[in-house]
Write a protein that binds this ligand. Structure first.
Ligand code: CAA
Length: 445
């Protein structure tokens, strides 16, 4: 049976930049270290007045198709993952297909299109759908286009405001992929939670502190389920471990939890015991609270060990480089983390072919999923042309007043002039509303 996975990837960042450690921290009167160190963020990407989830998704997909020499006839399925949708009926994939049909001969009438929603995990679920469609043989030689696109905006003044972001990632899923092969084994942690939701409203209602705990609980469950299927999951089995990254400080927490859990009972725990003792075992304690206190103390010491620091620096830190500069892209976030790691390996001249990644996705509401991926022989060619570093460098840097004005432009409840800060070139742009309230788009040369 042939392998199935991600053959090619492209990223489109929102064109605007809000500096968190200067512009945002100054305005809020906060210590810049809260952002740089605490949350782990330097800046957010935000959409210009002519950008939205359709333009960013279509632009990422267009760039990918141009680079790979793909035509509409090569694509049998378009799935869009988003939690920023503006229509409860017509899927964003139809708008994106419509955009692409403007610039290609041929059309996507033969392609199955859909929209996936489960908060930030929907991008990974769309990869699953594509995988299953190909595995079932229903693709008939065609590839699937998966687009994860979001404008991750919060109410102004919400604690989540510092973690905003906007961008899209397009992934081509195919047989014999060039970038990574997806494993069939998957672990899930899924429960009915109210940590973060948007009940028919644009900006989320968030219980921020609780959302952090729910993320950790569900991810631990997903890891345990994966372990049950694959015998062992050890932190050094993987070259990189990209996690869903709402902000890098969240990954700092989940990585420590995962490391502690997976080294338990291994030679690495024995080696660490010389410095910090063995991990507390629940059976040694009279009550759960005492056990949890002991575990927290152990993890505080574990975090400071040379072994943990080296592991984190090698296998986690490189996954966070893009996130620090662009913020949370919701459905795209974990996929941006994967690209971040691969770009790091590419620029360091490493040969990752045959190495494995462990990928941890999360969506509020809530569900986590973990699976392994194998890096394929063609990974360097598949990653080297991703231009996200240039896009980050070329963003327009907003003043705080400008940030507030663009936030208002994207607020559905405000009717304000759509003042733009950059000039579009060779890309799809939002072009107003049609008679049925539909959004309209055009390609600007
Ligand atoms: N220097 C260094 N560090 C500092 C600091 C300073 N001067 N000031 C604060 N910090 C640290 C804090 O100690 C904290 O780190 P720890 O958690 O490791 O202790 C970190 O900076 C953040 O500080 P606060 O907790 O005080 O920040 P906050 O309360 O203003 O906001 C948040 C944090 C509640 C998570 C908020 O960002 C939020 O609501 N975000 C949106 C929800 C979210 O992203 N949740 C994550 C899990 S849910 C998910 O993943 C889905 C999704 O994408 C939304």
């Amino acid at each position: 049976m042939s392998s199935i996975g991600i053959d090619a990837v492209e990223i489109w960042s929102g064109k605007l930049e809000l500096e968190l450690t200067t512009t945002f921290a100054d305005e809020k009167g906060d210590d810049p270290e809260k952002y740089a160190d605490g949350l782990g963020l330097h800046a957010s990407s935000l959409p210009d007045a002519y950008e939205d989830i359709v333009t960013m998704g279509a632009n990422a997909a267009h760039r990918l198709m141009e680079r790979e020499g793909i035509t509409p006839d090569d694509v049998g399925r378009i799935d869009v993952a988003t939690e920023s949708s503006f229509d409860n009926s017509k899927p964003v994939s139809t708008y994106i297909a419509g955009c692409l049909e403007e610039v290609y001969d041929g059309d996507f009438h033969h392609a199955n299109k859909g929209e996936r929603k489960f908060a930030c995990i929907a991008g990974t679920q769309s990869l699953d759908d594509a995988y299953n469609w190909i595995r079932a043989g229903r693709n008939r030689g065609r590839a699937a286009l998966v687009v994860a696109t979001d404008t991750a905006l919060y109410e102004r003044g919400d604690p989540g405001e510092a973690t905003q972001g906007a961008g899209a990632i397009a992934m081509l899923v195919d047989e014999d992929p060039s970038l990574v092969e997806l494993s069939a084994a998957q672990g899930y942690g899924s429960a009915d939670e109210t940590d973060f939701l948007k009940p028919n409203q644009q900006f989320p209602s968030v219980d921020g502190k609780r959302s952090v705990q729910v993320y950790l609980d569900r991810m631990l469950e997903a890891g345990q389920q994966l372990e049950a299927q694959t015998a062992s999951v050890h932190p050094t089995d993987f070259a990189y471990i990209p996690f869903h990254t709402p902000f890098p400080g969240m990954v700092r927490k989940v990585a420590l939890l995962g490391f502690r859990h997976t080294v338990r009972g291994t030679e690495m725990e024995d080696a660490l015991a010389d410095d910090i003792g063995f991990q507390p075992r629940e059976a040694e304690f009279d009550d759960r609270d005492a056990y949890e206190t002991a575990i927290r103390e152990y993890m505080d010491e574990l975090r400071e060990t040379d072994a943990y620091e080296a592991w984190y620096a090698d296998r986690i830190e490189p996954t966070l480089a893009l996130s620090r500069e662009v913020g949370n892209w919701y459905t795209g976030s974990v996929h941006v983390a994967r690209v971040s790691a691969l770009l790091d390996a590419h620029s360091a001249g490493e040969d990752l072919a045959g190495d494995r990644l462990l990928v941890g996705s999360y969506g509020s509401g809530a569900q986590a999923e973990m699976h392994a991926e194998t890096v394929m022989d063609g990974w360097q060619d598949a990653i080297r042309e991703v231009t996200i570093d240039d896009q980050i460098a070329n963003r327009y840097e907003l003043s705080f007043d400008e940030y507030e004005s663009i936030h208002d432009v994207h607020n559905y409840e405000k009717d304000v002039p759509r003042t733009r800060f950059t000039t579009p070139s060779a890309e799809f742009v939002f072009d107003g509303w049609g008679p049925m309230g539909e959004r309209q788009y055009r390609f600007v040369e």
